[in-house]
Write a protein that binds this ligand. Structure first.
Ligand code: NDP
Length: 369
């Protein structure tokens, strides 16, 4: 493809802009109307708590149903996303910059001194724009951090489904594509089934909302996590039965650790006496869980996520590094994140954290790191 054609492919058409705006509007309006379990977030430094309406699964099912009806009635094409991938990518990128600018302006003007809306400015415009000004900006009663991560995860599913339909239409469906799609569907559905667990994660409790999160959620997640699907659309891979079995094992092992660890922490935060693997939990300083997955490594949830990420790429074989973009990125991100979380926890928990480190010396992978 020459430069002119590439630029043309990246230029958002009115159709792609409408698709994006329709999508974000659907998530705002339907997200604030549909019922869902109301989950209290962590207690903020001023003693307040946000409440999150966890209706993502319902939103997802309804959207797939509506899109299915639209496709069946020939009102829209199921390959619309796969046909306009680059345009949608650039439209979403521009949207994320505009939203960040708006958040920056609103944040700077805020006079609210509550933990959620208090402006945090360093005086460095780039840093403030990148990391954000406010902890929990809201729109129409929705917490925007919670909203954007939902938009990204659901967007990833929609891209994958559209790529799958295109693959079937081109009579190109392979075992690799089926494996990749299957693993992603399980992982994304799991996210929505356990959406409430998101409320105790680092992004929600500790990060402010700036370009880093907005871009990460609505551009990075859907468009880079789906690279394997796009790659399989144009490349053929022959997998042996042994490779398929090994690939499934990596996924299910990773999934078990990822889900198990995040669930144990979430349950522990709600009820510090809840049994872990059938036994009373080992607790340090009354606050830190040191049994179950959290007694094996201080971030075994990251290990699980890394194995899952690897399993998304293994169906693509080893002929190209391109499909390994996601696990490579995640590896770098989680190593960096673990360091930042470690600093935060050391400051917050002081001696208790030091004792936890002594009890559980491994960061992510026992006996290695
Ligand atoms: P965690 O869910 O691990 O949350 C870290 C926080 O948990 C700490 O700040 C601390 O917060 C609390 N905590 C840490 N250790 C303990 C303990 N032993 N007992 C009790 N509480 C503890 O971090 P993340 O939000 O980074 O990750 C959540 C999931 O999201 C992970 O599985 C990760 O892999 C995944 N993820 C995926 C990404 C992707 O791009 N695919 C990107 C980032 C994350 P507190 O102050 O509340 O105690």
């Amino acid at each position: 493809m020459n430069l002119g054609l590439l630029l043309l492919a990246f230029t958002p058409s009115w159709t792609s802009v409408s698709m994006l705006l329709g999508y974000v509007t659907y998530l705002v309006i339907v997200g604030s109307i549909l019922p869902g379990k109301i989950v209290p977030g962590v207690t903020l430094s001023d003693g307040t708590r946000l409440h999150y309406r966890c209706n993502g699964l319902l939103l997802l099912v309804l959207l797939i149903f509506l899109l299915g009806i639209g496709g069946w009635m020939d009102l829209l094409s199921p390959t619309a996303i796969a046909d306009r991938g680059l345009e949608l990518l650039s439209a979403t990128l521009v949207f994320s910059v505009l939203v960040t600018n708006l958040l920056y302006m609103v944040g700077c003007r805020s006079r609210d001194q509550s933990s959620s809306f208090k402006p945090h400015t360093t005086g460095n415009l780039i840093e403030d724009w990148w990391f954000g000004i406010q902890l929990n900006p809201q729109f129409m009663g929705l917490d925007l951090k919670f909203y954007f991560v939902r938009a990204g995860m659901l967007g990833w599913l929609l891209i994958n489904l559209s790529v799958l339909v295109k693959c079937i239409q081109e009579s190109n469906l392979s075992q690799s594509m089926i494996l990749y799609q299957l693993f992603c569907v399980i992982y994304i559905m799991d996210y929505f089934v356990h959406e409430e667990y998101m409320t105790s994660t680092w992004d929600i409790i500790a990060e402010r909302l700036g370009f880093m999160l907005v871009f990460g959620d609505i551009v990075w997640i859907p468009f880079t996590f789906s690279i394997q699907g796009w790659w399989l659309l144009r490349n053929k891979v022959e997998l042996t039965t042994a490779a398929i079995i090994a690939n499934c094992l990596v996924f299910f092992m990773g999934y078990l650790i990822f889900r198990g660890a995040n669930k144990q922490k979430h349950v522990f935060k709600k009820n510090p006496k809840a049994l872990i693997w059938g036994r009373p939990p080992k607790v340090i300083g009354g606050k830190l869980l040191a049994s179950g997955y959290w007694g094996i490594a201080r971030h075994s949830n990251y290990l699980g996520d890394l194995l899952v990420a690897l399993s998304f790429s293994l169906p693509c074989g080893i002929s190209s590094p391109v499909p390994y973009f996601y696990p490579t990125y995640l590896f770098i991100l989680l190593i960096w994140r673990e360091r930042r979380d470690e600093t935060r926890c050391a400051q917050k928990y002081k001696d208790i954290w030091a004792e936890y480190k002594k009890t559980v010396p491994w960061r992510i992978l026992p006996y290695v790191y």
